[in-house]
Design a protein around this ligand. Structure first.
Ligand code: DQQ
Length: 574
């Protein structure tokens, strides 16, 4: 691979770049070859290395597993349209988590117990290497019931066909709203020989419950005396994921690992009302069969942690026993309109597979794209020790910036210079803080970061950046992904996302990795401590003239200690 140093263009900061974009034309861009007007339906918005089906609608990842050396991924899929509906389980296989081959649909609505849809669920591999699917069926009355499906031919290396035994459903709602009872988790085995699964539900007082079910044989299931967890702070919770993490090692644990001081548990819940995935870290008592979170108010979900502060929902992990790691996927929805999706003929992507582990502080999870993704890295450019002073804008040239992987480490100036936070709300609500203090609002240490998928005049750009504050007792680092100027197409959802990076800023540095894949911008702050995924549709993708800049709009100089940017190749996806 050619490793080369690139010249950088240092431009002056022009404040008008930030303000004048809205005056520009909103007309179609002409493709000079064909003279056909290009539109938001252009294939330029499809991803090159994020998982998506060849066409139509995808939502939740379901039942990821490694079976006989092959990774399988199932997903909520509408085979007929780019809108949610007619939900089946799509199925693909891979040997590296990056390149995927489509297989036949694994589950389709077919029986009274799933006539109206085969909704989310999980795979558990039973002793003797027997994979089993548990999934939610929507029955003829529109109720959520839990079903089982088994491979038709266990010696088929790709497990293409799945059968639904006639004894389905195996669990029906008891004491909870039968229309809000779904998404069985991967099962774990207790010391008592009973299998367990947890299922999200809403009771008649509109309180969320992670119900617990137990079974000796995977056929007869009974509801446990108590839920695994319940909370007043949310109504329905979806796609629960419950898994052990090592408090000592970065490596992942099998779902049934329990019973040691070094094992903590993660309970991840999708809050239906706001489509955010939250998680709690705590202890699972095998004796009582309950999960108790550590250090966090159970009854205020705004205090819970998030894997990702952007467009990221219905995530699911699995234990990769080959590489001894836990791998996470999530659904990232489009932020254009449904009518755009129908014209495009597709909607939804999955985030890149991320390894996930407990930070050594025991208080939060860390995430990082699996190493296999690096096989797609092509041309590389590097920068070292470049100062970016107030108003500095440095163009990163030499790689195709619409399909790239960028890692940058910033060296911070004296922390004493950080702005003092006067208004406490700024520390409560990161999204609000990013909203009020966008990249054009000057600060002291920051805003600094990347302008991504930017036009040369910055009329279009997505800003991913940091700002450091001084609080009464410490420092706080804010990470933002601001999509408000991401596109000149009208009628798109262009939110601002933000999260605090609970890092020790006294070390004097902060890193950012961003994966840019056409309409996907997936960012990892401080080595994967705070992540934000955004969906954007810049018009300039159609002309191919995309730019990327490092910027600093704070009064204090920050230094790019090292920046590496790789152009990314195309994965073979479905
Ligand atoms: N999506 C599925 C449900 C799940 C929801 C339906 C979460 O099973 O609760 O497609 O996105």
């Amino acid at each position: 691979m050619a490793w080369r140093w690139q010249l950088v263009t240092i431009l002056l900061w022009l404040p008008s770049f930030w303000t004048d974009w809205s005056k520009s034309s909103r007309g179609h861009v002409l493709n000079l070859d064909s003279e056909v007007p290009l539109s938001i339906a252009s294939k330029e918005y499809r991803a090159a290395f994020h998982f998506q089906p060849p066409q139509n609608w995808i939502n939740d990842p379901n039942g990821p597993m490694l079976y006989n050396g092959i990774y399988h991924l199932f997903y909520q899929y509408n085979p007929y349209s780019a809108q949610w509906g007619n939900i089946t389980w799509g199925h693909s296989k891979s040997i590296d988590l990056i390149n995927w081959t489509p297989l036949d649909i694994a589950l389709r609505p077919s029986d009274p117990f799933d006539r109206q849809g085969c909704w989310s669920g999980s795979v558990t591999i039973l002793p003797g290497d027997k994979p089993v699917i548990l999934y939610t069926g929507i029955n003829e009355s529109g109720h959520n019931v839990q079903n089982i499906a088994l491979p038709k031919n266990i010696s088929d290396p790709f497990l293409v066909e799945w059968v639904k035994p006639s004894y389905n459903p195996i669990m029906v709602a008891e004491g909870v709203d039968p229309t809000q009872f779904r998404d069985p988790s991967t099962c774990w085995l207790g010391k008592d020989g009973l299998w367990r699964t947890t299922i999200g539900a809403e009771d008649f007082e509109r309180r969320a419950k992670a119900l617990l079910y137990q079974s000796k044989d995977f056929v007869q299931w009974r509801s446990a005396e108590r839920p695994l967890f319940s909370t007043n702070s949310s109504s329905m919770i979806e796609c629960i994921d419950f898994f052990p993490v090592s408090a000592k090692w970065k490596r992942g644990l099998d779902g049934s690992s329990m019973g040691s001081k070094e094992v903590k548990h993660v309970l991840k819940m999708g809050v239906f009302d706001n489509s955010h995935d939250y998680y709690l870290i705590g202890r699972y008592s095998e004796e009582l069969d309950v999960f108790t979170p550590e250090n966090v108010g159970e009854d205020d979900h705004r205090m819970w942690l998030r894997y990702d502060y952007g467009s990221f929902y219905a995530s699911k992990t699995f234990f990769d026993s080959d590489k001894r790691r836990r791998v996470l996927w999530a659904w990232s929805n489009e932020s254009d309109t449904i009518s755009d999706d129908i014209v495009k003929g597709w909607a939804g992507v999955l985030t890149v597979p991320r390894a996930i582990w407990l930070h050594k502080n025991g208080k939060q999870l860390m995430q990082w794209p699996v190493r296999e993704l690096e096989s797609l890295r092509r041309e590389k450019i590097e920068l070292k020790d470049v100062e970016v002073s107030k108003g500095g804008l440095i163009e990163i040239k030499g790689v195709k910036t619409s399909q790239a992987d960028i890692e940058v480490e910033f060296e911070l100036p004296e922390l004493e210079k950080a702005e003092l936070v006067h208004h406490e709300w700024k520390l409560d609500d990161a999204q609000m803080a990013c909203n009020e203090m966008d990249a054009s609002v000057p600060g002291s240490i920051g805003p600094f970061g990347l302008l991504i998928l930017a036009s040369h005049d910055l009329e279009e750009h997505t800003a991913v950046f940091f700002r450091v504050f001084k609080t009464r007792t410490d420092y706080a680092v804010l990470m933002c992904s601001d999509q408000r100027k991401s596109s000149l197409w009208p009628e798109l959802y262009k939110p601002v996302f933000g999260g605090f990076v609970g890092m020790d800023v006294k070390e004097g540095k902060i890193s950012l990795r961003t994966l840019i894949d056409h309409s996907v911008i997936e960012s990892f702050g401080d080595g994967g401590r705070t992540c934000i995924t955004a969906r954007v549709y810049p018009k300039l993708l159609l002309s191919g003239d995309t730019h990327m800049y490092v910027f600093n709009n704070g009064s204090e100089t920050v230094k790019i200690r090292e920046l590496k940017a790789w152009e990314m190749g195309n994965a073979q996806i479905n």
